[in-house]
Ligand binder design. Sequence first.
Ligand SMILES: Cc1cc2nc3c(=O)[nH]c(=O)nc-3n(C[C@H](O)[C@H](O)[C@H](O)COP(=O)(O)O)c2cc1C
Length: 274
Amino acid sequence: MSLISVKEEKCVSCGLCGETCPMGLISFDDSRYPQEREGAEGTCVSCGHCVSVCPNGALALAKYDESEFKAVNESLVLKTEHVEQLIKSRRSIRKFKQTKIEKRDFEKLFDIARYAPTGGNSQLVNWIAVNSRDLVKKIGDAAVEHFKNLIVEKHPVTQRYPFEKMIAYYEEGHDFMFRGAPALIITCAPAEYGLGAVDSTIALSYLDLAAASLNIGCCWAGFFMIAASGSEQIRKMLNIPDHFVFTGCLMAGYSDEKYMTIPPRNRAKVTWMD
Ligand SMILES: Cc1cc2nc3c(=O)[nH]c(=O)nc-3n(C[C@H](O)[C@H](O)[C@H](O)COP(=O)(O)O)c2cc1C
């Protein structure tokens, strides 16, 4: 079966579909209409760019129904100052209301974050939504137990952070791991796919930015990420399948803090090479 079909009455042979295909699978060599190159079927990454770039709706991909391509709402295009404000005013949130995150809010965030770019449009990021403070606490406890093992093993990472002090602090009731968050947003990806950590980091960052619009605050759980990447017990608690790797975690909850100003950050270190 062909990958693409062309509505010839709509096609103006502008060539945009061929230019945009990341794999160079569309040619106009033998026809004034786009044609897929030989062997295209196993190479197409199904990104849909050829269809989306066509100004006349002349192209269809067999894999997708036409109705799956959504119109871009031109009236909602953001100005740079809006995007700048969104990005610069995002903060790591460490004070959370103890209410559960509404499932529809979670679903909205996953629905946005699934549009983050992925290597070869692979879309292999899997999400785990932990939406129970009790469970978050148990997972935090397991991470602290793992830190204790790392100290016994004299793992090199224990030279980097004052793990003994941190554990004592945790056991006094200070949740440095998850800051009392009622939820965790965790990613995992198939181990054999080499870009799972990159794709997950991008997707989690998209989600983090989108979350503020629902008053959901997030914070990267780096200490937990150290523990989770090496703990079989945490893998089991999270039901991460055997052939998957843990790739990232944000603590999350409705925000119980508000920042009045944007704190300073270093100037961008740029080497200009024009
Ligand atoms: C990879 C990574 C790991 C982090 N781990 C933690 C963490 O374990 N606990 C925490 O409170 N903050 C953590 N943070 C948040 C940083 O401390 C925070 O991004 C930084 O201080 C800047 O603040 P801002 O995000 O509000 O701009 C982490 C951030 C990143 C990017």
